[in-house]
Design a protein around this ligand. Structure first.
Ligand code: DX5
Ligand code: ZN
Length: 225
């Protein structure tokens, strides 16, 4: 059975001075989840925000707050992001020496655990993690910035992961360069969660949110969802 398509706009492409209203606007316009990109200037060459910001926007999000941690080390901050109201906490396999422990620590907070894989990372470690992961985030750009071009070589990885997952209740999330052109490719390969920053927030604002809705509907239409 085809899983329902989940669209998770990344607020990295929203107005940083207006996050609360942006979250509310994009949900009102049809977003399923809100994707929150946390960057430390160390694991990735950019800095965004931390758990205090996540806690501040939490009251403006009715649905799922999907927190993508691009930080190393990650373990010391899991409790703070859990307390900030995240529903899903995703950590990178490249960010620490013990990803199984990290995923366990996330699950132990009662949150869903996500595993992110950079474009240059293989999937050999994934079978040993399937029992402890709720979401696998396939990065289709190198993490750090919005608005980059989709890396097509990741399509084969998505197909392999979909096969590996079988009937387990694990999401495959795609992050980076998702557009009306690339969305159908990743959904056909087996993805069910699409993160999209620029492709959702382009042309609109919290005061003029209709373009967000049009952009979200265009992505759904492109994949036939
Ligand atoms: C990249 C972030 C992405 C990014 C996606 O490091 O993890 O979530 O915001 O942005 P677009 O959709 O513009 O590629
Ligand atoms: Zn992300």
């Amino acid at each position: 059975m085809q899983k329902p398509l989940i669209i998770a706009p990344s607020i990295l492409a929203a107005d940083f001075a207006n996050f609360g209203a942006e979250c509310r606007a994009v949900e009102d316009q049809g977003a399923d989840w809100v994707h929150v990109d946390v960057m430390d200037g160390h694991f990735v060459p950019n800095i965004t925000f931390g758990p205090a910001m996540c806690a501040a926007i939490r009251p403006y999000i009715r649905g799922i707050m999907d927190v993508h941690l691009m930080i190393a080390p990650v373990d010391p901050y899991i409790a703070a992001f859990a307390a900030s109201g995240a529903d899903i906490i995703t950590a990178h396999i490249e960010a620490g020496p013990h990803i199984h422990r990290t995923l366990q620590a996330i699950r132990n907070t009662g949150k869903k655990a996500g595993l992110a894989l950079n474009p240059g990372t293989g999937i050999d470690a994934v079978p040993a993690l399937l029992d402890i992961v709720d979401l696998i985030c396939v990065m289709t750009v190198n993490p750090g910035f919005g608005g980059q071009s989709f890396i097509h070589s990741q399509i084969e990885k998505i197909k392999s992961l979909r096969q590996m997952i079988g009937s387990r209740p694990i999401h495959i999330e795609i992050d980076g360069g998702v557009t009306v052109e690339t969305a159908p490719l990743v959904v056909a390969a087996g993805a069910d969660v699409l993160v999209a920053g620029s492709a959702v927030f382009k042309g609109g604002s919290a005061n003029n949110p209709a373009p967000y809705g049009a952009n979200i509907r265009a992505i759904r239409a492109a994949v036939g969802a």
